[in-house]
Design a protein around this ligand. Structure first.
Ligand code: FAD
Length: 446
C-alpha cells in the first residue's frame, strides 16, 4: 500500500525526508509555517551582501551523505580550508586548541603549569564526566578550560557548565585527547585531531543553497509554506491527522515531525499524560541574534570564525562570510556577522535593532578595533528562534520518557535538531531523513 508521508516543518530535516522520499517516488507533503523553506539553515540577502543564519559549514563527516550533497550541488559545492580562531586578550589562538599555539600565546610558564594540570587531572580525575565542567576540567585542566572553554560555553548555552551535559562538546572537542595533546607538544603539529574545524564544504552563494536544492528535488507542489501546524490529532496508537493554521484538517497515513518535540506534545489532541508534559516542559532552547555589518573595506580577518570566550563580551562568534565564498560580498567590500546567543525571556532578544547595532558596534569599533565607524555602509539584525536545544544535565532521562510515549505511535517518526532534541548538523539531518525513508515499509497506517 502506498502511504502518504506528512512532513511537519520545512527546515533541512524536513527537506531531507522529502528528498529521499522523492528519490523513491513516495508521496509526501511538507507543511512549513513560514513563507519560506530552510528553517535555521538559510542564506539572507541584504542589498549586494549575502550571509548565513549563523556561521555554517557543511561537515564532511558521513562519506555517503557527503557524496549525496556533492551529487545534489555539483559544481556549486566547494571545499574550503580555512582555520578558525579564538580571540584571547587581543591575540588569536587556533581553534581547536593546539599545544604549540597555546605555548605561543600563554608563555612558557603558564603553558608548563597548564600541561602539568592536564596531566594531573588525567591521572587523578574520573574518566566519566558528569557535567561539561568536569569533562572540560578533566580533559584540559583548570587553566585552559577556564580560559577557553567554560566561559564560552556558558555564554553559548546560557547555563553554568556544571549544569550542562558533557554532550555539548559535540564533535568539536573530539580528537583533543591526552595523546594528541602530548604528541602535539612533542611534534609541534595537531597530531591525529579529528575535530570539525579547518576543512569543510561550502556552497556557492551560501549554506541556504543546500536547502534550496533539496527543495527543488522535493518540487514546489509537495511543499506548502504559510502552513503552520496547530494541532496533532491522535487516538493513542496513531496520528490520525493534523490541523493547519487553526482551520483545515488533513488526515494522515504516516507523519514525520521536525517540530520542536515539546511543541509537538503541547499541540497533541487529546493531551498527552501530565507526566509526559512535565518532562517536555523541562526541555529548553537557545535563541541567537545575528547582527551584520556591511563594510566598505576589502577584508577584516582571514579565518572562518572567531570565537570570543571573554564573558564581558556579549557575543560568542564573529564570521566574515566572504571567507567561505567570495560571492557573499560585492568586490572590494566585506561584512562581519556577530552571533549573540540568548533566551527568549532575556531583555536583549526584544531589544530595538538600532540599540543592538550600537551595543555590538561599540565593541567592534572601540574595544576590539577591527573596524572603523566610517567603513560601515549598512547593518542588519536577524533573530533565530530555537537555534540550539540546551543539553542540560538530565535531558537524556526526560527524552527517554518522551520517546517511550511517542514511540507508542506506530505511524510517527521524529527528525531534526529540535524534533529529536539532539545537538546535530545538516549531514545528520540528511542521515535522519534517509533512515526514515528506508524504514517506510515498516511504518503502519493503522
Ligand atoms: C547559529 C547556527 C550555526 C549552525 N552551524 C552549522 C554548521 O556549521 N553546520 C551544520 O551542518 N549545521 C549547522 N547548524 C545546524 C543547522 O542549521 C540545523 O541542524 C538545522 O537548521 C536544523 O534543521 P531542522 O530542520 O531540524 O530545524 P530548523 O532548521 O529549525 O527548521 C524547523 C522548521 O520548522 C518550522 N516550524 C516550526 N514550527 C512549525 C509549525 N508549527 N508548523 C509548521 N512548521 C513549523 C520552522 O519555521 C522551520 O522552518 C547551525 C545552526 C545554527 C542555529
Amino acid at each position: 500500500m502506498t502511504k502518504h508521508i506528512t512532513i511537519l516543518g520545512g527546515g533541512p530535516a524536513a527537506l531531507a525526508i522529502g528528498y529521499y522520499a522523492r528519490k523513491k517516488a513516495l508521496p509526501f507533503t511538507i507543511y512549513e509555517a513560514e513563507d519560506r523553506i530552510g528553517g535555521n539553515s538559510i542564506t539572507l540577502e541584504r542589498g549586494d551582501f549575502l550571509f548565513d543564519s549563523g556561521a555554517h559549514r557543511f561537515h564532511d563527516k558521513n562519506p555517503e551523505i557527503t557524496e549525496e550533497i556533492k551529487g545534489l550541488l555539483g559544481s556549486d559545492l566547494n571545499k574550503v580550508t580555512i582555520p578558525s580562531k579564538i580571540y584571547d586578550h587581543e591575540a588569536f589562538v587556533n581553534f581547536p586548541l593546539s599545544s604549540m599555539d597555546l605555548l605561543k600565546n600563554m608563555g612558557v610558564l603558564s603553558f608548563a603549569k597548564a600541561t602539568i594540570e592536564v596531566l594531573r587531572s588525567r591521572l587523578t580525575g574520573k574518566g566519566e564526566a558528569e557535567s561539561f565542567e568536569s569533562f572540560a576540567l578533566h580533559a584540559y585542566g583548570n587553566i585552559i578550560a577556564s580560559r577557553f572553554l567554560l566561559n564560552y560555553s556558558e555564554k553559548l548555552w546560557g547555563a553554568p557548565c556544571n549544569r550542562l551535559s558533557p554532550s555539548i562538546a559535540g564533535k568539536r572537542l573530539e580528537g583533543l585527547d591526552l595523546k594528541s595533546f602530548i604528541m602535539d607538544s612533542l611534534l609541534g603539529s595537531r597530531f591525529g585531531a579529528k575535530h570539525m574545524e579547518g576543512s569543510f564544504f561550502y556552497p556557492e552563494g551560501g549554506i541556504g543553497t543546500i536547502s534550496e536544492k533539496l527543495a527543488e528535488v522535493c518540487t514546489k507542489k509537495n511543499i506548502h509554506t504559510n502552513s503552520r501546524i496547530t494541532k496533532v490529532i491522535h487516538d493513542y496508537t496513531r496520528i490520525c491527522g493534523v490541523e493547519i493554521n487553526g482551520k483545515k484538517r488533513v488526515d494522515t497515513d504516516v507523519v514525520a515531525s521536525t517540530l520542536p518535540v515539546d511543541f509537538f506534545l503541547e499541540i497533541m489532541e487529546p493531551k498527552p499524560p501530565e507526566d509526559i508534559l512535565m518532562l517536555s516542559k523541562g526541555l529548553r532552547y537557545r535563541n541567537v541574534i545575528l547582527v551584520a555589518f556591511f563594510l566598505d573595506r576589502e577584508s577584516i580577518t582571514n579565518v572562518a570564525t572567531v570565537y570570543f570566550p571573554d564573558s564581558d563580551i556579549p557575543f560568542t562568534r564573529v564570521y566574515e562570510p566572504k571567507n567561505r565564498n567570495s560571492r557573499m560580498s560585492p568586490p572590494g567590500k566585506t561584512s562581519l556577522v556577530v552571533e549573540i546567543p540568548c533566551q527568549r525571556e532575556d531583555g536583549i532578544w526584544g531589544m530595538e535593532d538600532d540599540m543592538l547595532v550600537r551595543l555590538v558596534q561599540a565593541r567592534l569599533v572601540d574595544d576590539i578595533r577591527w573596524i572603523r565607524e566610517d567603513e560601515i555602509t549598512g547593518t542588519s539584525v536577524s533573530r533565530l528562534d530555537h537555534a540550539y536545544p540546551i543539553l542540560e544535565i538530565g535531558f537524556e532521562e526526560k527524552l527517554r520518557g518522551i520517546n517511550a510515549f511517542l514511540g507508542g505511535f506506530n505511524n510517527l517518526k521524529l527528525s531534526g535538531r529540535n524534533g529529536k532534541f539532539v545537538y546535530s548538523w545538516i549531514h545528520n539531518m540528511m542521515a535522519f531523513g534517509k533512515d526514515i525513508v528506508e524504514g517506510y515499509d515498516s511504518l503502519s497506517v493503522g
